[in-house]
Ligand binder design. Sequence first.
Ligand SMILES: [Zn+2]
Length: 415
Amino acid sequence: MTKTIINNARVIDGLGSEPLQESIVVFESNKLVYVGREEEYEMSGDEQVIDAQGGTVLPGFIDSHVHVMMEYDAVQKRLETPFSFKFYQAAEYMKKTLNAGITSVRDALGADLGVKKAVEEGLVAGPRLQLSINALTITGGHGDGYTTSGQTVELLQADYPGMPDGRADGVEEVRKKVREMLRAGAEVIKVHATGGVLSATDHPEFTQFSLDELKVIVEEAEFRKGIKVMAHAQGAEGIKQAVKAGIHSIEHGIFLDDEAISLMKEHGTFLVPTLLAPVSVLEMAEELGMPESAVQKAKDAVDIHRESVAKAHKAGVKIAMGTDAGVMPHGRNLRELELMTQVGLTPMEAIVATTKTAAECLRWEDKVGTLEKGKLADIVVVKGNPLADIASLSDTDTIQLVIKDGKIEKDLLTQ
Ligand SMILES: [Zn+2]
C-alpha cells in the first residue's frame, strides 16, 4: 500500500515539546507509521510526497464542546425553520468545522446517532463525533425551554426518535434518563449542573440537580459502560457539587473559586473553558438580536470567566479546548486558542489543550491527539508558525491541509 510523506515543515506533535526540525510525518492507509527525522526514515520506494511548503504539521485539532446541530438564531427564525432543514444545515456546519482543522469533536448535545453514522459512512463530510445525544436538565433548568409566556421554545428541539427529552427530576428519574441517553447512543453523558447565559428562567450561578442526583448520574454512566459525565457548570457551588459527584469535565467554569479549583485538581477534573462563548454572545447580540437577559448575563460573565480560567491554569487544572461552537457560528473554533493565550497559556500550551489534552478529555488518547506512530492519521498543515502567531489559526485560510482518518478532506497546498 502507498505511504504518504509530509515533508518541508516544522512538526508540532502535540506532546508539548519543542517542534521537531528536519522531520517528516508518514502515514499509510489511516495510520501514522513514522514521525521523526527525515534522514532516519527508510524509504520503501512507493511513497507519495506532500510538500508542506515550510508550514507546520500538527495533529488534527479537537474541540471538546460543540453543537453541530445548531447555530444560534433569533427566536422568530427558529420558529420558521422546518425540522428536517436543520440536518442539512448541520452538514454545512460540520464541513466548516473540518475546514477549520478540527478533526474530532465532542457534541455537547443535539446530534443523534444518525448524524454520526452519516459522517462515518462518508455521506457528509465532518469531524469524528463523540455524542452526548441530549443533556439532562432539571425542570426549569438550563435545558428547559419553558418561557414566562407559558410557551416552550427550545434552542434545539428534542423528543423525536433517537433524541430523548432531557428533563428529569429526582434520583430515579435521572437514572432512567441516563439509561435512555445510553440507549440512544450516548458516548458521554451531558448534564446541566447550573443555570446559564442563554436560558430564560435561570442564572449561571443557580445550582441545579442535587449532589445525590449528580452522583447517581455518574454512577449509572460508569456502571453501565464506563462512560464519563460532562457538566455544564458555571456557578461555583454547582461546579463544586459536580466535581464532588465525580464528573469528568466542567464546561464553561465561569465562576471558579479557590476551593473549586483545588477540588478539580484533587479529582483530576478537566476544565473546558469555552472562552469564545460569552465573547460571541455579545458579538451576535448586535447582529441577530438576543434577549436582554442573555446579553446582561454574558457581559457579567466575560471578565470573571477569564480570571477563573487564568487561576485554574496557574493552579495546574487540566484544560481541554472547547468552544461551544453552535452558540456562535461554526468554523471559527480556533479563535479559542488566542483567547486562551490571553489568560496565560503559552501558544504551545493552547495547542496541547487542543490536541493531547482534548483527546484525554474525550478518552480517545489511544487513537488521536498526537502525532505518534500507530495513531490515526488525523493531520493538519497550517501556514507559518502558530507558535509565533497563534491568532493566525483563526483564519480558515491558514489551515492548508486537513487529513482525517488518512483521507484528505481539504487541500489548499496543491491549488
Ligand atoms: Zn454548549
